[in-house]
Design a binder for this molecule. Sequence first.
Ligand code: OAD
Length: 248
Amino acid sequence: MTPDLRPELPVLSAVRQGAPLVVLTGAGISVESGLPTFRGAGGLWEGSRPEELATPEAFHRDPLKVWRFYEWRRGLVRQAKPNAGHLALARMATLAPRMTLITQNVDELHRVAGSPDVLELHGSIVSVRCTAEGTRTRPTEPFTELPPYCAACGALLRPDVVWFGEPLPEETYRRARQASLDCALFLVVGTSALVAPASGLALTAKDNGARVFEVNPDKTPISGLVDGVFRGPSATVLPAIADALEAA
Ligand code: OAD
């Protein structure tokens, strides 16, 4: 039995009628799928600095070190399945006529869960890209040797993700920002809200009149700025929000 969240989210009936909904997700939504977050105890950045593993300079300096990190994560992602939080968001897309799902995650679990048209701000770890030609492939097996090279031209391959210091995919970010400007309800889920420009989208929405709610078991820098907070794991809270939307 999930709690009825309709009184806390009065805007849900408008969303059901077509008022635009935006959801922004971060690493926290994939915790219940067995994938680690970046920050905090046990996080991917614990004991290492992002600049050593997730920048173009780090890759240039030591592609093997960077590839070992990404190939390990690609293995975790291959084993992972969407959890109740991802599935709830896919269900919400069938209930809300205008929903935009934006993610900072590179695990593709929203797509696997069935969410349509996911705006992936930081790329995908499932995909790899030729550093010379820019061609993308989606190898399903682990690489036999690291770092891997392009079968077509012999240049180094790289993970198809956005590293610190690199621009976000332009059209994807443009759509994410426009959706944030236009929405009536913005849910910010499982992100520490520390990495710009994704971290600014919730406040952009708020400044433009949206109601903004956070779903996170822990406090974040934007907790005090939003209209409400659901303190709990997204795999529990999001199904309750989807139920409330269905009943709205
Ligand atoms: P973080 O690791 O910074 O934050 C994860 C958030 O998830 C924290 O606020 C946790 O409290 C929350 N969390 C933990 N368990 C949760 C659960 N079960 N349900 C919901 N939330 C939970 O990850 P992001 O905010 O996604 O960028 O990080 C943003 C970006 O920084 C990443 O995309 C990555 C990273 O460096 C790049 O690699 C470019």
